[in-house]
Design a protein around this ligand. Structure first.
Ligand code: NAP
Length: 275
């Protein structure tokens, strides 16, 4: 049975595209439930505001920055992946408990073409830039796909903590070895927020000697073509932005709540590309 009241919470949450995605499916399937909302929740009042949402009848809550860890901490039952990442982006609220899940890692996997997984990821060297919340999901996903994943972050200590938390037997890539490691990687993914602001350039990597077969992914979807992807495209490399991942993680949340498997249509992709 579908859950009547759903929303995304964040701080700030104003730019979230989740309402467009969920409401597209609610309309497409003619579900007799309330429109999906977006709500600002102050991290300093998290527990109190979660109780208010419960009292207002919300049954499904997506969680975005900076609340994913808090959401994990207040949950009564947590999925294996949520436990592993110590973070939750999908909460299911009932009268007596909160269930937590995290659909970011599976959303990332589902966003990838099978051919890219086979040819560029499994048993191949991959490189993740960044060690924030999204890097956790991406590193976990690449490890699950059987890749030899390594990590570079501006603050190396955070990269070491992430690898240790996820029990991944690899060391952070140092600044000195970054370009060489990138040149020997088959798949490189930017999970830093660098390049999200207008006019900001992500120059963490030199694309000078990166192999033509290397696949370049940026989690950023706004702008559609980040400076990272533009540099890669200028070198003739294949690229992908984070829009598909955003939709795929939403599809997994939708299925958890409403028990309906939705498809990611071209119509939805173009709707979001036009925003
Ligand atoms: P986060 O937890 O705040 O982590 C930010 C990361 O970016 C950290 O590793 C940080 O390095 C690095 N960074 C920030 N500014 C930098 C700079 N000037 N130079 C080098 N590194 C810098 O953020 P997040 O939640 O992981 O999100 C990161 C990006 O992914 C955002 O743009 C977000 O919109 C996007 N995202 C997309 C999806 C999707 O579905 N497509 C999902 C989640 C996130 P330090 O550790 O050194 O500070």
């Amino acid at each position: 049975m579908a859950i009547d009241k759903t929303a995304v919470i964040g701080f700030p949450v104003d730019h979230s595209l989740s309402p467009i995605i969920h409401n597209h499916w609610i309309k497409e399937l003619a579900l007799d439930i309330k429109p999906y909302e977006k709500l600002n929740v102050d991290p300093n009042m998290f527990e109190e505001q979660m109780n208010n949402l419960k009292a207002e009848g919300f049954g499904g809550i997506n969680v975005t920055v900076p609340l994913k860890e808090l959401a994990f901490n207040i949950s009564d039952e947590t999925s294996n992946v949520s436990k592993k990442l110590r973070s939750a982006n999908t909460l299911t609220l009932s009268s007596d408990k909160i269930n937590a899940d995290n659909t970011d890692a599976v959303g990332f996997i589902n966003s990838l073409d099978k051919k890219i997984i086979e040819e560029n990821i499994t048993n191949k060297k991959t490189l993740v830039l960044g060690a924030g919340g999204s890097a956790r999901s991406v590193v976990h996903a690449l490890n699950e796909l059987g890749s030899q994943v390594r990590l570079f972050n501006r603050t190396p200590e955070k990269a070491s903590i992430l690898l240790n938390d996820l029990s991944i037997n690899s060391s952070p890539v140092s600044t000195e070895e970054l370009d060489d490691y990138a040149n020997s990687s088959s798949f490189i993914v930017n999970t830093t927020s660098l390049g999200q602001k207008e006019g900001e350039c992500n120059n963490i990597l030199s694309f000078e000697n990166i192999g033509v077969e290397t696949f370049i992914y940026d989690l950023i979807y706004n702008p559609k073509r980040s400076s990272f992807l533009e540099q890669a495209e200028a070198k003739g490399l294949k690229v992908q932005n984070g829009l598909r991942m955003l939709i795929e993680q939403a599809a997994c949340s939708f299925q958890i709540w409403h028990e309906i498997k939705v498809s990611v249509s071209d119509e939805l992709m173009s709707l979001l590309e036009g925003v």
